[in-house]
Ligand binder design. Structure first.
Ligand SMILES: C[S@@+](CC[C@H](N)C(=O)[O-])C[C@H]1O[C@@H](n2cnc3c(N)ncnc32)[C@H](O)[C@@H]1O
Length: 245
């Protein structure tokens, strides 16, 4: 069951999330929707970082997101997208109205069984569910070390593996792809990114400062980041595609 306090931590941010979090490679959207469809729903859409990769993939794009601050950013960036406040457990969309539902970096926050039933309800028969997560590249030692500081109990990878198993009720897993890409970013940007992560958002000031110092120490120590203002961050985007059965 997702941690409600962590899940709701995103209510407090919007612009910083949009500015500092990584985007998604368009290849992830193309993998889920190889040919343009009439309608796609992006669920837990946040500020629209994945929604923006869908603009060429569907005639109609709908975004649903519980945080007013996040959706405000999405609306200003993507006025052509139909957006509503809502949750995966109560999707404000009619039955059988979407060919595809996408969920980027958010499925692990949902009440899985209730959300699966809701997603199935809004999808047409045989419709597609695409789950997407950005991950630390396992070959990048310094980024992995920083992830272990920020997520001491459960790593993002664990959350993904637990959430995207092949046994989602009402769905069949049909494909799993890893899209590899590289992001060039400044040290400042990388450090600020951590302040948008749920464990930082819910930590007290002292704990957040301690985690940030530990991350800075890793950057000061690693040969790929030491003394550099800019560096390359390898990223892996995991894409899981399901078909409604
Ligand atoms: C890590 S953010 C990802 C946002 C966006 N999809 C992206 O990739 O940038 C997780 C999002 O899930 C949303 N969320 C949390 N619980 C949710 C729920 N039960 N139903 C729908 N969205 C939820 C949060 O408000 C937040 O915007």
């Amino acid at each position: 069951m997702p941690d409600d306090v962590l899940a709701r931590s995103f209510e407090r941010i919007g612009a910083d999330y949009d500015r500092y979090r990584p985007g998604f490679p368009e290849a992830a959207a193309v993998t889920i929707i190889p040919e343009r469809v009439p309608a796609v729903l992006d669920l837990g859409a946040g500020t629209g970082k994945f929604t923006e990769t869908l603009v060429r993939r569907a005639e109609r794009i709908v975004a649903v997101e519980p945080s007013a601050r996040m959706i405000q950013v999405l609306r200003s960036k993507l006025p052509e997208v139909e957006s509503s406040i809502g949750t995966a457990e109560h999707i404000p969309v009619p039955d059988a109205s979407m060919q595809v539902v996408t969920v980027a970096q958010a499925f692990h926050w949902f009440e899985r069984d209730i959300a699966c039933a809701e997603i199935k309800r809004v999808l047409v028969r045989g419709g597609t569910l695409g789950l997407v997560w950005n991950h630390a590249d396992p070959t990048c030692a310094w980024d992995r070390a920083c992830h272990r500081i920020a997520h001491p109990a459960v790593t993002e990878t664990d959350a993904t593996t637990d959430s995207a198993d092949s046994a989602l009720p009402g769905f069949l897993l049909t494909r799993h792809e890893e899209v590899r890409w590289v992001e060039r970013l400044t040290r400042e940007h990388y450090l600020r990114r951590w302040s948008t992560v749920s464990t930082f958002l819910t930590a007290d000031d002292e704990t957040a400062a301690r985690m940030l110092s530990a991350i800075e120490a890793i950057l000061d120590d690693d040969v790929d980041t030491r003394g550099r203002n800019e560096f390359d961050l390898p990223q892996v985007t995991d894409v899981y595609i399901y078909r409604s059965d």
